[in-house]
Every structure is written in C-alpha cells, then in structure tokens.
Design a protein around this ligand. Structure first.
Ligand SMILES: Cc1cc2nc3c(=O)[nH]c(=O)nc-3n(C[C@H](O)[C@H](O)[C@H](O)COP(=O)(O)OP(=O)(O)OC[C@H]3O[C@@H](n4cnc5c(N)ncnc54)[C@H](O)[C@@H]3O)c2cc1C
Length: 392
C-alpha cells in the first residue's frame, strides 16, 4: 500500500464513519482488477472516489495468472503499465489432451500473481487520490434525489454512504446490489479452483494446459518461483473424483503434465463460472466478472475486466457530468465484449468432448498456424476509443 495508506489500519485511507460524511462522486465496490482500474481512472479524471473491498489486501484469487496480450496492452494503453512490474513474459503454451500434445508460441502476454497485481493497482489508485476501505462489505441500495445509497458493513458496524454513481466490480461471488440486477447462471456451468505450490512444474514463461474428462487445468510459474495451478471443473466429476485435488491431479496426469507436489495443497474455489447479468441500472454500472463471465480457457478474463473498467469509468464520468444516455454502458459493454466472450464460450464447448479436444490439439500440433491465429485473436488489442468509454 502507499505511504498515504500505510499510516492507517489494513491499508485503509479513511474510516466508515468519516466515509459516511463525505460527498462521494463514485463508490467502487470490489478491489480486483476491474474495481482498481475503474477507481484509478475516475480519480485521474478528478473525481472523489471511494473503493471498498471485503477482503484484506493483498489477497489471493482463483486465477491462471496469465494476462492476455490484449489485457497487457489495455493496462499499458491507459497508463497503468507500472502495475505489471516484475511480471514474467508468457512465451509458450504446452497444450495436452491424453496422448495428443501441441506447443503454441505466445507473445505479449504476462504472468503475475494476483496478490501482487491487484495490490499494485490499488496502490496506484491510492496515489491517484482514491480513498480505500478494506475488510468491509458494500451493498448498493436505493436511489433518492439523484444519489445512490451504499451500505458499508464491517463486523457489527454498519454505515450508509451516498454517491452519484456506483460501480459494482464484485467478481463472481459478490452481491451487486440488494435484489437489483440478479445474475443468471448457465446450466451445466463448471466451477473454478486454484492453489499455489512450491516445487517442480512448468519453467518460467511456460504455460501448461491439460484438457481432460470433466475439466481442464493450467499451471504456470509465478514471478516469485511458486507454481500457480488453476482449473475449471465439472462439479459432478469432481465429487466422484473425491475433490478438487484428486480431480486436478488426474487431469494433469492423463495429459502427462504432472505437478508433483499437489498432495496436501490448499484449494480455493469459485461459484459457477458461466453467467450473464444486466449490467446497468439507474446510477449503477456493473463491470468485470460481475457483469457476466464464460469459462476461462483462453485466459482473457483479466483483459475483459481491465478494458471494461477503463471504459466504464468514461461512462461514469459522463453520468457525473450529466451527458450520459440511458443504457449507454449496456450497449458499450456488449460491443466491447460479446464477440470475445462468444468465441471463448464456443471453444470451451468444443473442449467438453474428449474426441473433439483430441482432434483440436492434434490439429494445432500439426498446423501451428491454427495456434498462432488463436493466440493472435486473444491478443487483439482494444481501440483507444473503446478504452476511453466512447464508441467501440
Ligand atoms: C480457474 C480460473 C482461471 C482463470 N485464469 C485466468 C487467466 O489465466 N487469465 C485471465 O486473464 N483471467 C483468468 N481468469 C479470470 C479472472 O480471474 C477474472 O476474470 C478476473 O479476476 C476478474 O476480475 P474482477 O475484478 O472482475 O473480479 P475479482 O478479481 O474477483 O475481484 C472482485 C473483488 O470484489 C470483492 N467483493 C465482492 N463482493 C464485494 C462486496 N459486496 N463488497 C466489497 N468487496 C466485494 C472480492 O473480494 C474481490 O476482491 C480465471 C478464472 C478462473 C476461475
């Protein structure tokens, strides 16, 4: 956390009571990549921003920790490239399914632990003037006379703050607002698990990706030498296997990509992954995973969250200056992300069939051009106009 924050408890720059008396332009709920970027950008536009996070920062998060080339370009493009310091360039993907294997050259992507990345973005947001409260749950409620109320809760203490616009960046599991904008979870959705371990596994800059019956798993070496393992799993198959540990081990073993030290690893989990949600209500904008997510196979979630957050700040700024049209964020969000998310969903669907997966992996192995084209699509940057919250 910054020097400004270091003097206060848990990195906070203000207290619940002080926050309740302030005339905030925006309250941003959730300090993951989406919330951090949106808060930073609004502060840089001169707005008074409160960022609220329910966990203690820095916090781990279920994630493959591989940022796509498009995500890296978006962070650098908006001026937040400093958050990537000590990231490891992502160079190759070793993709395996049963006996089929392929190696795909990657470029422009980056490996960085979520503890480090998210905390760095928050620190840069604080330096830009954002106020921060951690270990506090925020829920947006009613709109009255052009102001939104947000209830902040820490233990038994609860305070209400008012603001002109709320940005909900609450990820997969967090509530966006009381009974407003509920999420719809897709039938048959997989869930995510992740852990970090010390020891053997992929080399620096190398991503191992194993597709198996009932899910897929990825492993990379983080900037500090630990191995990060993340997987999207079928709930029923995981129950039958005896839990995430045995299930991920089986997927990696079947693909001949074993990480030997997974025994006894501590796993974190997510709720169901594939979901949709209406992303806008009066003075309430939803961004990042909270705005809808598909399975993580192509490793684009952080890029979607960063680009969306950069753009949502532009829309929030127009709401604050009275020039935003109703539904503007909904339309822009769809233009920026629906094509990319549909491609990822389509690929995830193909990978649910063992036969199709084997054919796909063998094809990539024989025709590296297919892998290069896929990697190119994942790395395709957003335009400056889209990132500024204007027309895509
Ligand atoms: C298995 C798996 C592997 C993945 N691999 C990759 C990958 O390799 N590359 C990639 O780009 N993406 C990957 N992703 C996706 C990526 O992790 C997400 O898309 C990204 O983290 C979304 O960021 P976010 O800011 O929207 O949400 P999050 O990072 O989840 O942040 C949300 C924050 O909001 C906080 N919060 C929630 N509710 C409240 C509340 N009411 N009040 C206060 N705080 C609240 C949470 O504590 C959390 O810190 C993967 C996902 C999974 C599940």
């Amino acid at each position: 956390m910054s020097e400004r924050a270091a003097s206060t408890e848990n990195g906070a720059t203000t207290t619940l009571s002080r926050a309740a008396g302030e005339p905030w332009d925006a309250v941003v709920i959730g300090a993951g990549v989406a919330g951090g970027v949106a808060a930073w950008r609004l502060a840089r536009l001169g707005r008074r921003v409160l960022l609220v996070e329910r966990q203690t920062m820095p916090r781990p998060k279920v994630c493959g920790c591989c940022m796509s080339g498009a995500g890296v370009a978006a962070l650098r493009g908006i001026g937040l490239g400093g958050a990537l310091a000590s990231g490891v360039p992502l160079e190759t993907m070793r993709l395996s399914s049963g006996r089929a294997a392929a190696r795909i050259a990657l470029d422009r992507g980056m490996v960085l632990s979520r503890e480090r990345l998210d905390a760095r973005i928050v620190r840069l947001a604080l330096e830009a003037g954002v106020d921060f409260i951690g270990e506090t749950t925020a829920v947006s409620s009613r709109v009255e006379r052009g102001r939104r109320a947000v209830t902040l809760r820490r233990g038994s203490v609860s305070r209400e703050v008012g603001c002109s616009v709320v940005i909900a960046a609450t990820g997969l599991g967090g509530a966006v607002a009381s009974e407003e904008l509920p999420a719809t979870v897709a039938r048959g959705s997989r869930f995510g698990v992740g852990t970090t371990v010390e020891g053997e596994g992929p080399g620096a800059g190398e991503l191992w990706m194993a597709c198996g019956r009932g899910g897929y798993a990825g492993a990379v070496r983080l900037e500090d030498g630990r191995v990060n393992v993340a997987a999207a799993l079928d709930p029923e198959a995981t129950r039958r296997a005896g839990g995430p540990g045995p299930m991920v081990t089986a997927i990696l073993r079947e693909a001949r990509l074993e990480v030997p030290v997974l025994d006894g690893a501590r796993w974190m989990g997510t709720p169901a992954l594939t979901r949709t949600r209406r992303v806008e209500s009066e003075r309430l904008l939803v961004v990042g995973d909270a705005a809808g997510y598909v399975e993580p196979f192509t490793g684009e979630g952080m890029g979607w969250a960063i680009a969306g957050a950069a753009a949502v700040a532009g829309v929030a700024e127009r709401i604050l200056s009275g020039s935003a049209a109703e539904g503007e964020w909904m339309a822009l969000h769809r233009r920026m992300l629906s094509g990319r998310q549909a491609r990822c969903a389509g690929l995830s669907w193909v990978l649910r069939s063992g036969l199709m997966t084997g054919i796909a992996v063998r094809s990539v192995g024989r025709l590296p051009m297919i892998g290069r084209r896929l990697a190119g699509a994942v790395g395709r940057p957003w335009t400056e106009t889209a990132l500024s919250g204007g027309a895509a």
